[in-house]
Design a protein around this ligand. Structure first.
Ligand SMILES: [Zn+2]
Length: 339
């Protein structure tokens, strides 16, 4: 056996000592990080799932009609804030336009296209978005589909699919922090066949936390829209389901539906109802519509900040136009993270 020289032996010993020293230091660092409260918080931050954000754009019909700069400012702000707030999706609650004219659709398109390639976005049709010459029975949606049809979204991996010829009823998939979400967009006053399709889609994604997104659902009195409520689709001549019917026929039946978001309703335009689905799951049903305020809504939008580590979703209302948050319990509150 070849015996190493004295110098080589010394060098080997020095290396062994250096490796041991490094290992000891690393262990000490880990230990001190966990023993000190600040260190533990740092370690926790390194391993905890990151918060992420969904933005909700309540009815923009007045902006599109009269104050296009406010709508444009909202989407520009979302683009600016995307990284900082980890924005993963934007939901437009419908009544995108007021009179559904070509000019208004073009205005709305200019604002929304700011988000193209930046962040996924999902729109539902409001009653003001049907084609101007269409009757409630016809539900004409050619202008909506011309600007926001499936041809616009099909190229993205997050686009799930749609029901029928147009994009009025569509679903989108979102994977964040190991959680799977399904965003189901339904037409104004969804018809029975649409609800049957929605039941199939949600049943086919049992492990996806599901958000139901439709223009008319929750009232400003913290109830679901029923037969006597103003703004009820049936009262407006549409052969479709109101909030209470959507709940009975669809939303209450799935354990993975945790949130319903809607707009449309006037009054103070704010509502929040918590119900239990037939499987015992909590469902938060939230209305936000600011169109009665100055400048058709003063730019208010909703920020839904998901905290998977705390099992909470914090909801705030912010105006990029005013650069400030709205006060009050109806504009700032927390709901449970889906389980
Ligand atoms: Zn409406």
């Amino acid at each position: 056996m070849h015996r190493p020289s004295k110098e080589m032996e010394n060098a080997l010993n020095r290396r062994t000592f250096a490796v041991r020293l490094l290992r000891t230091c690393a262990r000490a660092l880990l230990l001190s990080a966990c023993l000190l409260p600040a260190g533990c918080a740092t370690m926790h931050r390194l391993t905890a799932p990151k918060p992420f954000t969904l933005i909700v754009l309540p009815d923009t019909q007045r902006y599109t009609q009269m104050y296009p700069n406010i709508f444009a400012r909202q989407t520009a702000w979302i683009k600016e804030q995307k990284k900082l707030r980890n924005i993963v999706g934007v939901l437009h609650e419908g009544d995108i336009t007021d009179k559904s004219t070509e000019e208004e659709w073009s205005t709305a398109y200019q604002s929304m296209r700011t988000l193209d390639g930046v962040v996924p976005y999902y729109l539902v049709m409001g009653n003001h978005d049907f084609d101007p010459d269409s009757t409630p029975a016809q539900r004409g949606a050619s202008r909506f589909n011309q600007h926001f049809g499936s041809q616009r979204f099909a190229k993205y991996p997050w686009y799930g699919g749609h029901y029928g010829a147009g994009n009025e009823n569509a679903y989108y998939l979102l994977r964040v922090e190991k959680s799977e979400f399904l965003i189901l967009c339904l037409e104004f006053g969804p018809r029975d066949d649409v609800l049957a399709w929605a039941n199939q889609i949600v049943a086919a994604h049992p492990n996806h936390h599901t958000i139901l997104f439709t223009h008319c659902y929750t009232s400003a009195h913290d109830t679901r829209i029923g037969p006597k409520d103003p703004g009820n689709p049936r009262g407006m001549g549409y052969d479709g389901n109101d909030g209470e019917q959507i709940w009975q026929k669809f939303a209450s039946r799935h354990k993975n539906i945790f949130l319903v978001l809607s707009g449309h309703i006037l009054g103070d335009g704010l509502g929040h109802l918590i119900s239990q689905g037939i499987n015992g799951n909590r469902v938060d049903q939230i209305l936000a519509n600011y169109q009665m305020q100055k400048f058709g809504g003063t730019g208010w939008l909703r920020i839904l900040n998901f905290h998977p580590d705390q099992q909470k979703i914090s909801i705030k209302t912010y105006s990029p136009m005013l650069e400030k948050y709205a006060h009050g319990q109806q504009n700032q509150f927390e709901i449970d993270y889906p389980r």
